[in-house]
Design a protein around this ligand. Structure first.
Ligand code: AMP
Length: 285
């Protein structure tokens, strides 16, 4: 089997995609920062089921990391990722160099800035500038790859909402498809950052998902008061974990809500042994 081609250069990928489109083939796109796991692979699978061709990008994007975040130590493993892509039937990997993406440097570039309304909530509050780094790189990647559809995980719920909004506001002709959160058998949401966890901290991290489940169970048994349910669920979280937020949002309006109802997003972010993890659930019915 020929291994999945890795293209570094922008003209190269544009020409291939142009040819595909000339031949009437649809193109699905899965942007990632690599260190691929089953969560990423589920996005790839969905793209493959809905498109003739699937492109995966692997790029650790410096402009979405804060100065004290893990940009330098973020896991990079292109060859392992290539094998996973090959097994999953990915047609092409776009893995640009830093210089290819930011040839004039990372300072003074034109940025896509999400509205404050989205920036000042949840992850936006503690990761200043993070989302404009994401929207800027995703807009660049969309312009480079020019896919018909792009696949994003519900795990990064706020990112998904912001990217959908960006495409609506800027008339970007890419359909954004959201994909459910993939978890380990024990419930931990898969994340490239789980690799940083020790055995002990990984066990502690499981309490985050248990806490979300408690809110869900309370809601299913009639609790409507968000603060009450969240305060009950917090008791489940190990005292070694520092909670950054644990909040209820109306998923449609993206406003914080006091009342639990269908389509309420319960989102949590916490540091477990200095590893920042996020998880969420959306209440049904
Ligand atoms: P990342 O490589 O962390 O930038 O993630 C690339 C894409 O994979 C994003 O759309 C994420 O939301 C998605 N993703 C990451 N973890 C998961 C997961 N556990 N389940 C589903 N999608 C995920």
């Amino acid at each position: 089997m020929i291994s999945t081609p890795i293209i570094e250069n922008i003209e190269g990928i544009r020409n291939i995609v142009k040819d595909w489109k000339k031949n009437g083939l649809s193109v699905g796109f899965v942007p990632t920062m690599g260190a691929l796991h089953e969560g990423h692979l589920s996005l790839i699978e969905k793209s493959k089921s809905e498109n003739n061709k699937t492109v995966v990008s692997i790029f650790v994007n410096p402009i979405q990391f804060g100065p004290n975040e893990d940009y330098k130590k973020y896991p990079r493993q292109l060859e392992v990722d290539r094998e996973k892509c090959q097994k999953s039937g990915v047609d092409l990997i776009f893995a640009p160099t830093l210089n290819m993406m930011y040839p004039e440097g990372r300072e003074n570039i034109t940025e896509i800035v999400p509205p404050d309304f989205f920036e000042n909530k949840l992850c936006g509050k503690s990761r200043k500038g993070h989302f404009k780094g994401v929207t800027t790189v995703v807009a660049k990647l969309f312009n480079i790859v020019q896919p018909d559809r792009a696949y994003f995980g519900q795990k990064d719920a706020q990112q998904l909402i912001i990217i959908k909004k960006m495409c609506r506001d800027l008339n970007i002709p890419v359909e954004i498809i959201s994909c459910p959160i993939k978890r380990d058998v024990d419930g931990l949401a898969l994340s490239s950052r789980n690799a940083y966890l020790s055995e002990k901290s990984r066990l502690e991290a499981l309490s985050l998902n248990r806490a979300l489940k408690i809110v869900e169970n309370l809601y299913n048994s009639g609790e409507k008061n968000a603060a009450q349910a969240i305060s009950e669920a917090k008791k489940e979280i190990s005292s070694d974990i520092s909670i950054e937020y644990f909040e209820a949002y109306d998923y449609n309006s993206f406003e914080e809500t006091k009342e639990l109802k269908a389509q309420t997003l319960i989102a949590i972010a916490a540091k477990v042994d200095n590893v920042r993890l996020i998880d969420n659930i959306i209440l049904e019915k």
